[in-house]
Design a protein around this ligand. Structure first.
Ligand SMILES: Nc1ncnc2c1ncn2[C@@H]1O[C@H](COP(=O)(O)OP(=O)(O)O)[C@@H](O)[C@H]1O
Ligand SMILES: O=P([O-])([O-])O[C@@H]1[C@@H](O)[C@H](O)[C@@H](O)[C@H](O)[C@@H]1O
Length: 372
């Protein structure tokens, strides 16, 4: 496998020129590409929630909360004039581009059966689709890292290719690459299916991607054994945590306890937490703990979660602590360290304590709601 963030197929001269240009970058600026959307949650045919969704929303929420102070990011996202959440914190801070097409929207149908960690817990239908994000929609400057996080096919292959050119390291959510949308059926929207990554125009770009994240439901479509030879693959396993696979190693990373009320956004929040961990200089396996932590935080609330300041303060304090082994040069350089550090278990224990604060907050919120 080539060093994770080095574009393998770029002509050497162009690559050198781009690397020259990245030298003047603000140290840790990221580029998030993927749209905000409207989510409608249904159970037993009844609407039980209508919320802001889309990976851009969940990812921005976690990056804003957990990135180191010197890091920043831009979001490229599209919505229509019907967008209902322009004043929510994420879109207000990272405004989307306005399009003539309606805002992307999904209906998520949850079954009442108790979901196993690996079974699909929701049936998704895409009801509206906003315009794709084109290469020209991306800012014409260089970034330390990029997150390709489409939910409805908005990250085109040529857009991902441009991200790879602009960013030193690109992290990709498989759902941006392998979702297809079956013909619209009588107003109920298009069913979301998956196709094999190998048969898509994205496959040839994998060698130039640093990390590819898939849920355990998506993993069979990306072909973990094939993909891990080209980039580091992360498979998230719901309440069981996640596994990382790189060319000559793999690791299982333990989860955090959460009371799941809505699984929406767990994968998005995981990926952003993982990226934040890399930004703090952690190895990929240690950063996956931060991913698991924010994945667990996401399932504890309906829609985009609000993090309790005490909990965030605790997490930041843990990440600032000197004794955690830092991998140099991490996301700011050209290679990654994958192995767990000798502080991995300590980091898990400390975060578990912060997760407890999160559960307490949830209990207090429920108590307050019940009093209303
Ligand atoms: N019920 C849960 N309890 C604790 N952590 C969870 C739970 N569900 C998800 N997570 C965390 O969020 C991550 C992503 O969740 P997962 O369900 O695998 O992704 P997706 O939302 O893409 O289907 C998991 O790897 C795990 O760390
Ligand atoms: O739950 P998750 O896989 O992290 O990501 C979700 C997408 O799969 C879904 O299409 C979208 O409507 C949600 O808002 C969220 O972005």
């Amino acid at each position: 496998m080539p060093p994770a963030a080095v574009p393998a197929e770029e002509p050497a001269a162009a690559e050198e020129e781009e690397q020259q240009q990245t030298k003047g970058l603000p140290a840790l600026e990221g580029l998030v590409v993927g749209s905000y959307c409207h989510d409608v949650l249904l159970r037993g045919g009844r609407v039980v929630g209508e919320t802001l969704g889309g990976a851009a929303a969940f990812v921005s929420n976690v990056l804003d909360a957990a990135s180191p102070p010197e890091a920043s990011f831009s979001v490229v996202s599209k919505v229509g004039s019907d967008f209902a959440y322009a004043s929510a914190p994420a879109p207000e801070r990272h405004p989307p581009l306005l399009c003539p097409a309606p805002t992307t929207s999904f209906h998520a149908r949850f079954s009442d059966a108790v979901a196993s960690a690996h079974a699909p817990d929701r049936q998704l239908r895409r009801v509206n689709a906003c315009d794709p994000i084109y290469p020209d929609d991306l800012p014409d400057r260089r970034f330390a890292y990029g997150l390709a996080v489409g939910v409805a096919g908005e990250v085109l292959p040529e857009t991902l290719e441009r991200m790879i050119r602009l960013c030193r390291a690109v992290l990709v959510d498989a759902q941006a690459l392998i979702r297809v949308f079956d013909a619209e059926g009588g107003g109920s929207g298009a069913a979301v299916r998956h196709i094999a990554l190998e048969g898509t125009p994205y496959a040839r770009l994998l060698e130039r991607v640093a990390f590819l994240k898939a849920s355990s439901e998506e993993a069979p479509y990306i072909g973990v054994e094939m993909a891990r030879r080209r980039c580091c693959v992360i498979v998230t396993e719901g309440r069981d945590g996640c596994r990382l696979y790189w060319d000559d190693g793999e690791a299982r990373v333990a989860p955090f306890t959460a009371v799941q009320v809505d699984p929406t956004g767990a994968g998005d929040s995981y990926l952003a937490g993982f990226a934040a961990g890399l930004l703090w200089g952690l190895s990929a396996t240690d950063a996956a703990l931060i991913g698991n932590f924010f994945g667990a935080a996401a399932v504890s609330q309906i829609g985009v979660p609000t993090f309790h300041p005490k909990m965030l303060q605790a997490v930041k304090q843990i990440l600032e602590e000197k004794p955690i082994q830092r991998s140099s040069p991490c996301i700011n350089g050209t290679t990654f360290t994958f192995q767990r550090s000798d502080k991995h278990d300590e980091l898990h224990t400390a975060l578990q304590e912060a997760a407890r604060l999160m559960c307490e907050q949830q209990q207090n919120d429920t108590a307050t709601d019940n009093c209303d």
